[in-house]
Design a protein around this ligand. Sequence first.
Ligand code: 6PG
Length: 247
Amino acid sequence: MAGITIYPDSRSLVEGAAGRIAELASRSVAERGRFTIALSGGATPRPVYARIAEDDLAGRIDWPSVHVFFGDERCVPPDDERSNYRMAGEALLATVALPRDNVHRIHGEDDPAQAALACEQEMQRLFRTSQTPALDLILLGMGGDGHAASLFPGTAALRERERWVVPQYVGALAVWRVTFTAALINAARHIIFLVEGAGKAETLCRVLEGPYEPDVLPAQLIQPVAGELHWLVDAPAAARLRPGRWA
Ligand code: 6PG
């Protein structure tokens, strides 16, 4: 069962999301000695990352015990303005005491298939397992078309059951992406969707309350095997949801 928290506006959503992430980081390090997180790209999470970078939250996190991955990446160089790695670096990673080796970026400048394989191999080394690793937290956004990470409608990546990270040509955008698969995402201990703005209201209602049609609405594929799924949304994005249906 997914939980959902509806914040009155985007500012309180940013504050609430940043606080939850910092709390999860502190708890994970206390319980397991480290915190492994996959960051999302797009516009929504940027102010959340910047809020985490502020002293009152950043000071609560033992950064040398944190490992940062990316739930997806655009196939562009790391200094390209479209790069999720560049966005996260500017908003957060460059300002906190995170060891460089703890940032496991997807090499968007490389051949997509090679970049996907390299990311999986880096995970195998860190998690020392051939089983699907359980990251502590995977952050996701939701596109207006219902995509999550770079799991876009009608793409082969939606049907991938074994691989953890795959390359995917996205015809609708005429671009290559590298993305976590639903199999990897659903193995996480915690999954948080960050959704804001009236423009997402119709899609959020279809994803949460409509028929199960994951090939059309890939965000519906995100159903943690044993972890917790939480939607953090602002009131405009939640405007079409059935009143009282969600905690
Ligand atoms: C990306 C993201 C993507 C994003 C959604 C929502 O690489 O763009 O991973 O899945 O989360 O497109 O983006 P916004 O937050 O900009 O609406």
